[in-house]
Design a binder for this molecule. Structure first.
Ligand SMILES: Cc1cc2nc3c(=O)[nH]c(=O)nc-3n(C[C@H](O)[C@H](O)[C@H](O)COP(=O)(O)OP(=O)(O)OC[C@H]3O[C@@H](n4cnc5c(N)ncnc54)[C@H](O)[C@@H]3O)c2cc1C
Length: 352
């Protein structure tokens, strides 16, 4: 069997895996990235990056790539959450950047890929973990090979494809699920920013402008709840949103795309790093999209992982990987506390 030996073997070519590859390449650390062909057509979700993330991507020398992949700059958002008044969260006073970015994620992935040496990555959907040899068996169509690394990285997002094969479980905090579709763009007189969020009984929704003609609407609820069963069919959305103050005004008679379903729950891997592996991005800690911090987390964990890997490769100790793991655990703990406050706010609303 042919083999490839690399300092770092990365599985998953999302934002986390690609950013890590770019950062390792800049440090002169050898990596090999396994990516996967998209199995289904990807729906553009117009994901937003908050202003707080821009200083980090500037520091990492990635700001240009992100700005070039932006659909538009965002100057704030509106929400109706635990209150009957529309909140205007304006980025004007944010420092040092007073705007966020609404991203074309596919374009961003393409641009990040363009930063990499092409011989260091391979698209392959069929691979397995060989525990006895501690390597990845890649069943490439041209020629199967074994991929060895001093460090293996799981960057496969919520699929946790490597963690599963290593037998590492996760703690799941809820069963939230998302339903998204494209709608003709409707403008509302009270909503001047391109993002609006509203909570309703048993769920919440967000509408985000994608381009001059299109809005993306996503509704969220617990998997298996009566609301989630209705969310699968766009025909039910009018009834579901009938009690909302504003969200229902963004529904149009005709839907422009099928309803796309994705997992959106809070989940943390039981182990984030071992002596020769680590997880990053959603594979390590995944947030509720309400936080708008999934992409920031993908970039931040890639940055911290690159630093920890450099230290690990230069020493006999796995101390740096332990520190990395602890850092992520603290971040997830702080996230859970904030999430709880948001939920308490909704309980307060229903009691008043
Ligand atoms: C509806 C919705 C809206 C969101 N909105 C926002 C937002 O506005 N702002 C924000 O910051 N975040 C948002 N997020 C979250 C954000 O998209 C994610 O947190 C982020 O993309 C995670 O990046 P990642 O690289 O860790 O994982 P992913 O993007 O999931 O990438 C994982 C990669 O691994 C690949 N992969 C999977 N399995 C395998 C395998 N077996 N072998 C090889 N490769 C594999 C996948 O094909 C993919 O390329 C949203 C999420 C959802 C569901």
């Amino acid at each position: 069997m042919a083999s490839i030996h690399s300092d770092v073997a990365i599985v998953g070519g999302g934002i986390a895996g690609l950013c890590l590859s770019v950062l390792l390449q800049r440090k002169g650390i050898e990596y090999f990235l396994l990516t996967r062909e998209m199995q289904q057509k990807v729906m553009a979700l117009a994901e937003t990056l908050p202003p707080s993330a821009l200083a980090m991507i500037q520091q990492l020398g990635l700001r240009e790539v992100f700005e070039e992949s932006a659909l538009e700059k965002t100057l704030g958002y509106h929400s109706l959450w635990g209150s009957s008044q529309v909140q205007d969260i304006n980025f004007y006073f944010q420092h040092p950047y007073n705007y966020g970015l609404k991203l074309d994620k596919q374009l961003l992935l393409h641009k990040l890929e363009g930063c990499l040496d092409s011989h260091r990555s391979l698209q392959c959907k069929d691979w397995s973990w060989k525990e006895e040899d501690r390597c990845i068996r890649v069943n490439s169509v041209e020629k199967p090979f074994d991929l060895y690394g001093q460090i293996f990285v799981d960057a496969t997002g919520r699929k946790k494809a490597l963690l599963r094969r290593l037998g590492i479980g996760s703690t799941v905090y809820d069963q939230q699920i998302a339903f998204s579709c494209h709608l003709p763009r409707i403008r509302h007189p009270k909503i001047k920013h391109g993002v609006f969020t509203e909570a309703f009984e048993g769920g919440w929704g967000i509408v985000s402008s994608l381009d001059q003609r299109t809005n993306v609407m996503t509704l969220y609820a617990e998997k298996g709840s009566p609301q989630s069963l209705k969310m699968r069919e766009y025909d039910h959305w009018q009834t579901l949103l009938s009690e909302t103050q504003i969200l229902q005004a963004f529904l149009a008679g005709e839907v422009w795309s099928p309803v796309f379903v994705s997992a959106a729950n809070s989940i943390c891997s039981n182990e984030i790093a071992g002596s020769d592996w680590l997880a990053l991005g959603d594979a390590a800690i995944a947030f509720d999209p309400l936080s708008s911090h999934g992409i920031t987390n993908a970039v931040y964990t890639a940055w911290q992982a690159a630093e920890a890997i450099e230290e690990r490769l230069g020493s006999d100790s796995d101390f740096a990987l332990g520190v990395y793991s602890e850092k992520l655990r603290k971040i997830f703990g702080a996230y859970l506390a904030t999430r709880q406050r948001f939920h308490n706010n909704l309980v307060w609303k229903s009691m008043n």
